[in-house]
Design a protein around this ligand. Sequence first.
Ligand code: FES
Length: 145
Amino acid sequence: MAAGMLMPMVRFAIDPVLKAGAGGDFIPTKQKVDDLTTEPVRVDFQYTQKDAWYESEVTNTAWVYLDEAGEIVALSPVCKHLGCVVDWNTDEANPNKFFCPCHYGLYTKDGMNVAGTPPLGPLDLYDYKVKDGYLHIGQIKPWEA
Ligand code: FES
């Protein structure tokens, strides 16, 4: 009887792991990789989020550009202070920076927080891959020091 009671709880706890492709999926975007330049562009992507019995369509965003080596950089727009959304190059007093309007947070183009502004850490980076010439966005990956 105990096993009968425990199984649903165990199943619920590990269900996301059992789903096909869970955790490792890359989400396709409409961004052609050949169109990327060194100027960050906003790339939106959509996916279906399942929370228990509730399913919803979620739109998320990445700021994407090519670095000096020609490598793709895909940054999360979520400010590391209190979670507002940053924008590129919208603060006239601080050109060519990511700007968070909530408390005037600033980040350099590579996502590093500017000292003296509220954020205490860099913007997160997305994993990504290129498939058929289009950018696919993956999971947030930790910064490597
Ligand atoms: S939430 Fe971005 S600076 Fe406070």
